[in-house]
Design a protein around this ligand. Structure first.
Ligand code: FCB
Length: 425
């Protein structure tokens, strides 16, 4: 068991998760360039939901919702707008947020990479170049120096595999590369960047706990009787979910994505680079062969469990949160649910969603696997990447004309569940 996590004086975290680009507004980065090239389906991010100006009041909303922790990310493009030029103003802004969180009793959980990069990054030191490792370590150093000892929990990378698949294999998000050889290089470099970032955090702040937030999806055959559907679903589970758990647990990976890619690799520094393993869980995909769509086959959501699809068409399958946590527990690291949430503008499904996922956490704990934290995605309606402002994930609804935040009824449920979760020692 890690010496740094769970936190001795706050063994359980109940929080909300946000990411800089999705809420801050006015951040120019590779995603802004991507939107300018009209490569997203929804509206551009623009002012997002103005959290850059409203972070302190947003933190108070999280507090009012019963949270004791606040997961947010730092914008690399704001901190290092030109390569090697650092903005003290921006670092100071994040420091003020952290101080405010401490003052109101919320544990800051700081993510360093949540999909976006400074515009110069892909031209100068893309993830395919080993120079990216040092660039990320330098960025980490500046942030950790600026935030000081008040931050005790860091997540260097959010969903590295989702980013790598979409950015380097499928070409759907910046940098828009679709090339297995580049994916392979970027994969190794990004995991090395994680280890380097973690080493910097511990050098500067030895008590800080470090984790990774890994997106885990359930996969099922579309037709249970079809051997190919079953084979592909099992292969997807193996490569999408398990290979990252193994990489962090054992320092090696065997990533097989038929017929495109087969790669083995190792990084002996990875297992010691984390104190906890974070699971981001949302839904389940069904596979139907033969694959005609893109590179990883025909995958789709369907309402097999009969609970209804969410506003963005995702299936609600709470019991698979348990299955994913059990899978992640194989790593031996303490576990945290670093993201889980639902796009539900009318708030008709969110209460049942929250209750069912909290029940699932209790089931996992009854099986002897403690869950040290739960972070709901998200506090506010926000910018949802390729889908713009369509999906509404917020416990608080945001009117983007006035930037007014209004509590959805499910805030009550979140508060009540949090009270129960935090009352268990
Ligand atoms: C996760 C991302 C997060 C948000 C949610 C809905 O995979 O980490 O930024 O988009 O999905």
């Amino acid at each position: 068991m890690s010496r740094r996590f769970p936190l001795p004086d706050r063994p359980r975290l109940w929080g909300v998760a946000l990411s800089h680009y999705q809420v801050e507004g006015g951040d120019h980065c590779d995603w802004t360039d991507w939107e300018a090239g009209r490569r997203t389906r929804g509206a551009p991010c623009g002012d997002a939901v103005s959290s850059w100006e409203q972070y302190e009041t947003d933190a108070l909303l999280a507090k009012a919702a019963g949270a004791n922790a606040f997961r947010f990310s730092v914008s690399w493009s704001r901190v290092e707008p030109r390569q090697g030029e650092w903005s003290d103003d921006v670092l100071g802004r994040y420091r003020r947020l952290v101080d405010h969180l401490a003052a109101i009793g919320l544990e800051p959980v700081v993510t360093l990479f949540h999909y976006t990069h400074p515009s110069w990054f892909h031209r100068s030191t893309p993830w395919t170049s080993s120079a990216s490792i040092d660039r990320f370590a330098r960025f980490t150093r500046r942030v950790v120096e600026a935030l000081g000892g008040s931050v005790r929990v860091y997540v260097p990378l959010n969903e590295p595999l989702v980013f790598l698949l979409a950015g380097y294999l499928d070409g759907q998000i910046p940098p828009g590369v679709s090339d297995p050889a580049s994916f392979r290089l970027a994969f190794g470099n990004m995991l090395s960047a994680h280890a380097a970032s973690s080493a910097v955090i511990r050098e500067l702040n030895p008590a800080a706990a470090v984790g990774v937030a890994h997106n885990m999806m359930a996969f099922a055959p579309d037709r249970w009787w079809n051997p190919f559907d079953r084979l592909i679903a099992a292969a997807a589970h193996r490569c999408y979910n398990q290979s990252i758990v193994e990489a962090y647990a054992e320092g090696r990976w065997n990533f097989v994505l038929p017929p495109l890619l087969r790669m083995k690799g190792r990084n002996d520094d990875l297992p010691a680079s984390i104190d906890f393993f974070g699971v981001n869980y949302y839904s389940r995909l069904h596979f139907r062969s033969p694959g005609k769509e893109r590179v990883v086959g025909d995958f789709h959501y369907r309402d097999r469990s009969g609970r209804g699809l969410t506003d963005n068409g995702w299936e609600v399958v709470p019991e698979k949160l348990g299955a994913m946590l059990m899978e992640a527990s194989q790593s031996g690291f303490p576990l945290v649910v670093t993201e889980n949430g639902i796009a539900d503008a009318t708030d008709t499904m969110r209460v049942a969603f929250l209750e069912a996922h909290a029940r699932e956490i209790a089931v996992v704990e009854a099986r002897g696997v403690p869950i040290h934290g739960y972070f709901h995605w998200s506090l506010l309606d926000n910018y949802e990447w390729l889908d713009g402002y369509g999906p509404r994930f917020g416990l608080y609804e945001v009117d983007r004309t006035t930037m007014q935040r209004t509590a959805r009824p499910s805030v009550e449920t979140f508060r009540e569940l949090g009270r129960k979760f935090l009352s268990v020692p």
